[in-house]
Ligand binder design. Structure first.
Ligand code: C2E
Ligand code: MG
Ligand code: MG
Ligand code: MG
Length: 287
């Protein structure tokens, strides 16, 4: 009987259709292990005011830190976590860690703005989402003013009416809402007007495309739409001085990207904030 099982397993592993399933199962197991052993960590990337160069916020980005200290990018596990539903638990860990870190930086006087946390579709659809967020904020003693949530067009378009309700509840708490990767999904402009958003984040793909006139016009148009709807604009994935200069001309007010900083560990980000504070203090000295 055992022999037979072995043979079946052999067949299973050699079937190319199932190889993917095995890979998926491996990632799923790794995520379960990581959640149990606390291998998920949060990195932070600053959002900078394009005119002053001050840090106005930061985005929390999840990382899987392997036992050997390596970093695993979310691109390789978020899709699986979305499928299995583990993203809900990962998201809860990220939210709690981000709120704890920001609370500490506020207490140290290093920062006064908002931390933006990405919400997956499954998380956003949780019936008890608001309660969960309330609980975390209360446990961390963090005023809701310091929290921003990033959601994608895909997430809100799954059920726009429901999404608007949830968004209103979050806004009523003073939480800010940003639409992430704007322009890559299929949300309609009719809906964009109805979503109670604070911010549009222009996807990196559009910023990359600013090396040609049509691409620049596209970004110009997105910035104009956002401003006409009284939304702030964040440009994502800004890597060069050229892009920065063009975005300033187009009156985009906030930028995020490797030009200023890659996502940093909490310890490194605290140092970044301290250096920024020092810089601001020095530039404020007259003469
Ligand atoms: P996103 O929310 O659009 O985050 C921006 C991504 O762009 C991050 O990738 C960031 O490291 C990268 N990035 C920022 N500036 C630059 C740049 O100048 N050049 C380049 N090449 N890349 C830049 P990351 O951290 O790998 O995250 C990828 C995606 O995974 C995120 O895209 C987000 O959709 C998802 N994600 C990350 N953390 C979480 C999380 O905690 N929860 C959920 N649900 N999704 C997350
Ligand atoms: Mg994001
Ligand atoms: Mg984004
Ligand atoms: Mg993006």
């Amino acid at each position: 009987h055992a022999k037979n099982d072995g043979a079946n397993r052999y067949l299973f592993f050699n079937d190319s259709m199932n190889k993917q399933a095995v890979k998926r199962l491996q990632v799923e197991n790794l995520i379960r292990y990581g959640l149990k052993e606390d291998y998920f960590s949060v990195y932070y990337q600053p959002k900078m005011d394009i005119l002053t160069g001050n840090v106005v916020g930061m985005e929390a980005l999840v990382r899987f830190i392997t036992p050997k200290g390596g970093l695993v990018s979310p691109a390789s596990f978020i899709p699986v976590a979305e499928e299995t539903g583990q993203i809900v638990e990962i998201g809860a860990v990220v939210l709690r860690k981000a709120c704890e870190d920001v609370k500490r930086w506020l207490a140290l006087g290093l920062f006064q703005g908002r931390v933006a946390v990405n919400l997956s579709a499954k998380q956003f659809m949780l019936p008890n989402l608001c309660q969960q967020i309330d609980d975390v904020l209360e446990q961390c003693e963090l005023p809701s003013y310091h929290l921003e949530l990033e959601i994608t067009e895909g997430t809100v378009m799954q059920s726009p009416k429901l999404a608007i309700d949830t968004m209103k509840k979050l806004r009523a708490r003073g939480i800010h809402l940003a639409m992430d990767d704007f322009g890559t999904g299929y949300s309609s402009l009719a809906y964009l007007k109805q979503f109670p958003l604070n911010t549009l984040k222009i996807d990196k793909a559009f910023i990359d495309d600013m090396d040609n006139a049509r691409g620049r016009n596209m970004v110009d148009t997105i910035v104009t739409i956002a401003h006409n709807l009284s939304l702030n604009v964040v440009a994502e994935g800004v890597e060069t001085k050229d892009q920065l200069d063009m975005l300033r001309k187009l009156r985009c007010e906030t930028i995020q990207g490797f030009y200023y900083s890659k996502p940093l560990s909490a310890a490194d980000f605290a140092e970044f904030l301290a250096a920024q504070k020092q810089r601001a203090r020095l530039s404020a000295i007259p003469g």
